[in-house]
Every structure is written in structure tokens, then in C-alpha cells.
Design a protein around this ligand. Structure first.
Ligand SMILES: Nc1ncnc2c1ncn2[C@@H]1O[C@H](COP(=O)(O)OP(=O)(O)OP(=O)(O)O)[C@@H](O)[C@H]1O
Length: 349
């Protein structure tokens, strides 16, 4: 993607304050504090209001998988509801593919939701009396798409999420992981361009969760969708994200690639998240190396015997595979920085 492409999502100075007269209270707190967001938020809290999202701004690039991570209550869900306009934010600007979503009519918003935005939540919200096929096809039915066409499309996405053959099953006969796959298929059936997922795997046991994360990455590779994914699980964030935004008490306190977050945590809060992630001191580059495929020796290079931590530090800025050399300087393989990060932070949990 070129740097100057219109962001898939752009938000600026976004605030969501819960409490009476939130808009007026926010404006007066900002004015009283010379525009200082942290001071204004503190004042609002003192008055008993809840600044759930506090002066948040970032761009999500087209096709990016952007993870929002933070502890329970840090404001992740509220932020995503603001981005998708499931709620009208107290202040700030949100643009989806350049379009100001607060400025549009209700009809335009409904159209956006149907045609561009997909959503998946932790609780699957399936219709118990409908089969898998009808659940998945439901958004197309709402759009008035004829039965044969909507079923054909639904079968396609059911296949994509690995549920082929279960089309006529009812939700109660499915496992939690299977139900979540149905939820994912349903949100994909409309060919959304911007896909919001709010803790979609949190209710699942760890093994199924990891399996779904792997499948999710495979699905993602087949789509051309921008994804905003919420989680409170650092391992999940590091495994999935192109970039991670870390939230604390309504604020986004750091945005970076998984490697940047792990190597350069902005403060002790972020460091704490990455604390129990320590395989890197022991495992060696050879464990994540793939055969060299035409890679040259320009730029940074790793050595086979390096620890994963040292390797990560060497290729923190690398966007492409990095060559691995033996003691004599001969290229013996290559390492994809993404594999390095995921080996470090997921496989040993
Ligand atoms: N409708 C509401 N009215 C009042 N306060 C709310 C409302 N919705 C959320 N909050 C508050 O806003 C803050 C952020 O909540 P939010 O649900 O966005 O956090 P979260 O990071 O998504 O948490 P979790 O991981 O537990 O879902 C919390 O203090 C919450 O109590």
C-alpha cells in the first residue's frame, strides 16, 4: 500500500464520556484545562463521569489487521462502538474510507453497515431456530437477496470457515468454537470492507482459541479486508496483529508492531503485558528458520545460533525475510520477522 492512500479508518480526538450532560461537561473541562486531555479527563472523573474513550486518534491502513488491546474496562469495546458508530461519540471525528460517518443520514449509516462494515462479537448472537445456513445467509436475506443466491454465497463462506457439511445443523448442536465460526461466516457473507471483531475468541478454551486464531489468519490471507480486532490477551494480539494499539483507562498509550511493543514498551504497564513472554532467551534462530529462497546478503543478517531475542532486536525494523548465515558467513536460510515474533510469544504458552 502506498503511504498516501486514504486510511480505511481515521479517528481524531475521539471522546466517549458516559454521564449526564457529557458533551457540555467535556467541552467545559477541556476549556478549563487549556485543551489538556488528561487533565480534562481527571476533572470529569472527579465529577463522577466516565471518560471511557479519551482523546483517541489513529489511522488504520487499508488491509491492515489492527488490534486494540487492553485490560477489562480500558475502553476497547466503547472505542470500537464509536468507530463503527454503534454509538454516537461525545466528541471527535471518525472517517471510514474518507467518509465522515457522523455526518451521514441514518439511511446512509444503515447502508454502510450492510455493505461495508462487518461485526463479530464475543457472544455469537446466532438465531437458535435457524440452521447454520440460514444464520449465515441472514444478512443477505435482510438485503432482499433471493434465496438461491444468498444460499450459494453462504455456502461459500461456510466452507471458508471450515464448517462445510454442517449447513443444516442448528446452533445448539454445535460446540462453542463452531458457533463462533458461524458468527464469523455470517459477518463475512456481505463481503465487508472493514471488519470489526470484539473479543471473538475470548469465551473459548485455549486450545480451540489457538486453532481459531490460526484459521482466522488463513481466512484473512484470502480476504482484502481491513480488520479491527479487540482482545485483552497479549499472546493473541502479538500473534495476529500488524499493529497493536494498547489502551489504558480510556487512553491509547502505545501503537506499534508486535516487535516494537515487545522491544520498546512505552512504560511499565506495557512491559507488564509482555512480561511472561520469555522463550526468546533460550530458543535459537535455527528453530524458526526456513530454507533460503533467493535471499541476498544485503541489510541485516542473523546467525543460526543467535537467541530469538537477539534476532528480534536485529530485525525489528525489517518488513521482509532476513537471511541467516552460518559461522563462515554463508547464507543457510531465512527468517520471516512475523514467524519470529509469533514463535517468541505464542508457541510456549
Ligand atoms: N453504557 C455505559 N454507561 C456507563 N458506563 C459505561 C457504559 N459502557 C461502558 N461503560 C464504562 O466505560 C468503561 C470502558 O468500558 P468498555 O466496555 O469499553 O471496556 P473494555 O475494555 O471493552 O472492557 P471489557 O474487556 O471488559 O469488555 C468502563 O468503565 C465501563 O464501565
Amino acid at each position: 500500500m502506498s503511504e498516501d492512500a486514504t486510511p480505511a479508518i481515521a479517528c481524531r480526538n475521539l471522546w466517549q464520556v458516559f454521564g449526564p450532560n457529557a458533551g457540555a461537561e467535556l467541552a467545559s473541562a477541556l476549556a478549563a484545562n487549556g485543551g489538556d486531555a488528561a487533565a480534562a479527563a481527571a476533572e470529569l472523573r472527579d465529577k463522577g463521569l466516565i471518560p471511557a474513550v479519551q482523546d483517541v486518534g489513529f489511522d488504520v491502513r487499508p488491509g491492515e489487521l489492527f488490534v486494540i488491546m487492553g485490560l477489562s474496562g480500558s475502553g476497547k469495546s466503547t472505542l470500537v462502538r464509536g468507530l463503527s458508530r454503534l454509538l454516537d461519540v461525545t466528541a471527535g471525528d471518525v472517517r471510514i474510507q474518507g467518509e465522515d460517518i457522523a455526518a451521514g443520514s441514518k439511511a446512509r449509516l444503515i447502508e454502510l453497515r450492510r455493505k461495508k462494515l462487518g461485526m463479530v462479537f464475543q457472544h455469537f448472537g446466532l438465531f437458535p431456530h435457524m440452521s447454520v445456513l440460514d444464520n449465515v445467509a441472514y444478512p443477505l436475506r435482510v438485503q432482499g437477496i433471493p434465496r438461491a443466491r444468498r444460499h450459494a454465497k453462504a455456502r461459500e463462506v461456510i466452507e471458508l470457515v471450515g464448517l462445510g457439511g454442517r449447513e443444516s445443523a442448528f446452533p445448539r448442536t454445535l460446540s462453542g468454537g463452531q458457533r463462533q465460526r458461524v458468527g464469523i461466516a455470517r459477518s463475512l457473507v456481505g463481503d465487508c470492507e472493514v471488519w470489526f471483531l470484539d473479543e471473538p475468541f475470548s469465551a473459548l478454551d485455549p486450545l480451540i482459541r489457538r486453532q481459531l486464531q490460526d484459521e482466522f489468519l488463513q481466512i484473512r490471507a484470502k480476504l482484502n479486508t481491513t480488520i479491527v480486532f479487540i482482545t485483552h490477551d497479549i499472546a493473541e494480539a502479538l500473534k495476529l496483529a500488524d499493529r497493536i494499539a494498547i489502551m489504558r483507562d480510556g487512553e491509547v498509550i502505545q501503537i506499534g508492531t508486535p516487535a516494537q511493543i515487545v522491544l520498546n514498551p512505552v512504560d511499565s504497564y506495557v512491559r507488564e503485558f509482555a512480561r511472561d513472554v520469555a522463550k526468546g532467551r533460550h530458543a535459537r534462530v535455527a528453530s524458526v528458520m526456513k530454507p533460503a529462497s533467493g535471499i541476498t546478503g544485503d541489510g541485516p543478517a542473523l546467525r543460526e545460533g543467535m537467541t530469538l531475542d537477539a534476532a528480534l532486536a536485529t530485525c525489528v525494523a525489517a518488513q521482509a525475510p532476513v537471511p541467516v548465515t552460518d559461522g563462515a558467513g554463508k547464507i543457510v536460510g531465512q527468517v520471516d520477522p512475523a514467524d519470529l515474533v509469533s514463535a517468541l510469544h505464542v508457541d510456549d504458552r
